[in-house]
Design a protein around this ligand. Structure first.
Ligand code: GDP
Length: 445
């Protein structure tokens, strides 16, 4: 497994200064780890370098939100910059297919998933947009490929151009154009032949086809697992035939998707779709945020920081902290903490967002601690009188019975809550004395 960026940064978190803003040193330390994480995610070295350089400038001096660590803040900045780099100006899934019939040229190396992707996009246009679609295979050297497209067409209920043996690709393209116009099709796909490697014959052939139909879109289909190779292929195709968009396939695999970043940074071409499996519905519009999270191996830290920023009511926190430092921690304070946890997505949400908490989460699964507990605990506190909340020492047997009944729960559960409260109050007292409280609080959000 890959080491996620948060694990990587874990080691340097402690060395980052705990001040209000990120210093140049902080950022430089963190960026070394970011660069390694990018390289591991298959981002090419020059792209990783220029990317971290750009981020260094942005991150230095950035304010650190109170409730997150500087390391988490760095991750957020890196993530946002990744998203910006990955995102084009256009809507990824929106193909230029006005003025029917619109030709779409599909290009790429053999085995990259071109034919499958043609079927997937055709299906999407038919089902989602109600378009009438025609598909034609130009792979004259591989009759099996032509058959494959015909079978796909049947599966998704999309017409394919009848196969006429002996025709050249450019003639098939012209026939498809004619058929599309006559048959009232909105879109027609030309699934060109792939080679195992880029060669001149392949490029000549594609150029001829391009010149014969003037495609509205030329979509390059590349295997997202091939990293740097995918980028070279994209550059080559773009130079020779001009590419309007890219589809990355096999993004359902173990790869971290760094090819997406290199692709975007090097070619400037928008990534339109990602293939997520062999099935014909396994296609998604490119989502820069999701890929960024995947490249960093830690989309969740980002949402943690975002939520913390959203949720944190700094003043209230500071007020609370002052109370805690004095060793004051009553039921109202506990309720505040429980509610804060709820806002952060409950136990499970918080656990899954925190790096390294996976094991803890597993351990908790068997222990019966789940989100309904938060709700029940809050209900118990709500069932107390104002006096009781301020001074839980008042809670003797009869009061306990009344409170539990009011919340519709058992006294044993109230006892657990009280025990937890005592433990937390003790902890707050200890932490408050040692000045540790501030740190602990910033971790809790
Ligand atoms: P072509 O030679 O470029 O036309 O490639 P194909 O469309 O024939 O695909 C080659 C193989 O990759 C087939 O077995 C496909 O089912 C598979 N494939 C295509 N796209 C994806 C994808 O997004 N994920 C996975 N896991 N497999 C894919």
């Amino acid at each position: 497994m890959f080491e996620s960026l948060s694990d990587r940064l874990g080691g340097v978190f402690d060395r980052l200064t705990k001040q209000g803003a990120l210093t140049e040193d902080d950022v430089r330390t963190a960026m070394r780890e970011v660069r390694v994480a990018l390289l591991e995610a298959d981002v090419s070295l020059p792209v990783a370098r220029s990317f971290t350089k750009a981020v260094t400038g942005k991150a230095t001096g950035a304010a650190v939100t109170k409730s997150v660590t500087p390391g988490q803040q760095v991750v957020k900045i890196v993530h946002d910059e990744l998203v910006k780099t990955l995102e084009g100006d256009e809507e990824p899934g929106r193909l230029k297919i006005d003025n029917p019939p619109a030709p779409i040229l599909m290009v790429g190396l053999q085995g990259g998933g071109k034919t499958t992707t043609t079927g997937k996009i055709a299906r999407r246009l038919k089902e989602r947009d109600g378009k009438k679609v025609l598909m034609a295979s130009l792979d004259v050297n591989r009759p099996a490929a032509m058959e494959q497209l015909a079978i796909l067409g049947e599966q998704i209920g999309v017409d394919t151009l009848p196969i006429v043996p002996g025709q050249r690709p450019v003639d098939i393209a012209k026939r498809a154009k004619q058929q599309a116009a006559l048959g009232g099709y909105d879109v027609y796909f030309l699934d060109t032949a792939g080679r195992l490697q880029i060669d001149q014959v392949l490029m000549d052939e594609v150029q001829q086809v391009r010149d014969a139909v003037s495609p509205r879109e030329t979509l390059l289909v590349v295997d997202g697992l091939t990293g740097q190779v995918a980028v070279e292929v994209a550059q080559e195709f773009d130079d020779k035939v001009g590419v309007s968009g890219v589809v990355l396939t096999r993004m359902d695999g173990d790869g971290r998707g760094g090819a997406a970043l290199s692709m975007r940074a090097v070619t400037g071409k928008p990534i339109r779709f990602v293939g997520l499996g062999e099935k014909l519905d396994a296609l998604e519009e490119f989502d820069a945020r999701r890929i960024a999270g995947r490249i960093l191996g830690m989309g969740d830290i980002v949402s943690l920081v975002e939520k913390a920023q959203e949720v944190a009511d700094v003043e209230a926190q500071e007020r609370m902290m002052k109370r805690f430092q004095k060793g004051l921690f009553n039921m109202n304070d506990l309720k505040g903490q429980l509610q804060q946890m709820q806002k952060m997505g409950g136990m499970e949400g918080m656990m899954s967002m925190m790096p390294g908490m996976g094991k803890m989460k597993k351990a908790m699964e068997g222990s019966g601690i789940d989100d309904s507990i938060l709700r029940r605990q809050i209900a118990l506190i709500d069932s107390m009188t104002k006096k009781e909340r301020a001074n839980p020492a008042l809670l003797q047997a009869s009061r306990k019975k009344r409170i539990a009944k009011g919340a519709g729960l058992e006294v044993s559960e109230l006892n657990q809550l009280l025990k937890m409260h005592r433990q937390m109050a003790d902890m707050m007292k200890k932490l408050g004395k040692g000045g540790m409280l501030k740190r602990a609080m910033s971790m809790m959000g």
